[in-house]
Write a protein that binds this ligand. Structure first.
Ligand code: LP5
Ligand code: MN
Length: 244
């Protein structure tokens, strides 16, 4: 019995090395698991479920194949794929979860989330997030022709990159008091998230006892997977596949 967690792959046609490692993972390792959780930022940016490019189709097919093999696939939106919605789920068989979710991980109640909402000191980002999560704005945005949407996204991404360069590293990490607040609000002592690209297993104190915060790694230089069984939990890496 194995449950896998991944996040922050940032898949894009511009990074075939990441895509190859992901597809290999989906074809060889994921089918052995009982469930796969994707905790956001699967894509560099997801522009809308009507993106039917060859690249998008390849990724959707990987999920369809996996769910048809009986592996339960769950998805939490990240700050780069918050527009992934019901159509993607229908086409692939994956299940879209709320931004923050409580799961039973082999008897251990665990809070799972992307992680961006834990970075409360990054006020600039949190304001931006609140804006782009407005349902009316998303409703209108999804109705703009795809190629114009792509232009808008590139423009905003460039602006956001410039803003990000001016930020201090510490405000882009989670706020410790927010982690404790979320854990205590669920009365649980385990949390799994991604987003910060700082893979680690942290130990911390809460009113409910000592808690564990597991941070998933990104897929920039290698694959990164959290492998959970009833007996163990381990953060692992996967080498990119060599073309040679
Ligand atoms: O993912 P990562 O680690 O690189 O950075 C994140 C935060 N950055 C973002 C930026 C988005 O990925 C950009 C996506 C563009 C979306 C366009 C959508 C179009 C509208 C859709 C409407 C439904 O998420 C980064 C955090 C970092 O994580 C760590 O937590 O710091 O946050 C930023 O850098 C964002 C800035 O703080 C705010 C950016 C404001 C840009 C405003 C441009 C306005 C131009 C409008 C033109 C139309
Ligand atoms: Mn993120």
């Amino acid at each position: 019995m194995t449950t896998l967690f991944i996040a922050d792959l940032h898949l894009s046609p511009l990074r075939p090395d990441i895509t190859a490692c992901f597809l290999h993972f989906m074809q060889t390792e994921a089918p052995q698991a009982e469930s796969l959780y994707v905790l956001g930022d699967l894509f560099e940016f997801w522009i809308g479920d009507d993106d039917n490019s060859l690249f998008s189709q390849t990724i959707k097919e990987a999920f369809s194949t996996l769910t048809q093999q009986g592996v339960a696939c769950y998805f939490i939106q990240g700050n780069r794929d918050f527009l992934l919605g019901k159509a993607f789920c229908r086409q692939t068989g994956i299940i879209l979860l709320d931004d923050v979710c409580l799961v039973d991980l082999y008897g251990k109640p665990t809070v799972i989330l992307h992680g961006d909402t834990l970075c409360t000191l990054d006020e600039n980002y949190q304001n931006f997030r609140a804006k782009v999560h407005q349902p009316w704005l998303q409703f209108l945005f999804k109705r703009i022709p795809l190629f114009i949407r792509q232009k808008i996204v590139s423009h905003v991404q460039n602006k956001a990159k410039q803003v990000k360069q001016t930020k201090q590293m510490n405000i882009m990490d989670v706020t410790p008091s927010e982690v404790v607040r979320v854990l205590e609000s669920y009365h649980v002592t385990q949390m799994i998230h991604g987003h910060t690209h700082r893979p680690f297993v942290h130990s911390l104190e809460t009113n409910d006892g000592t808690a564990t915060r597991i941070v998933l790694g990104d897929w920039y230089e290698q694959g990164s997977v959290l492998v959970c069984t009833p007996e163990s939990t381990s953060l692992q890496t996967r080498q990119f596949i060599s073309n040679k």
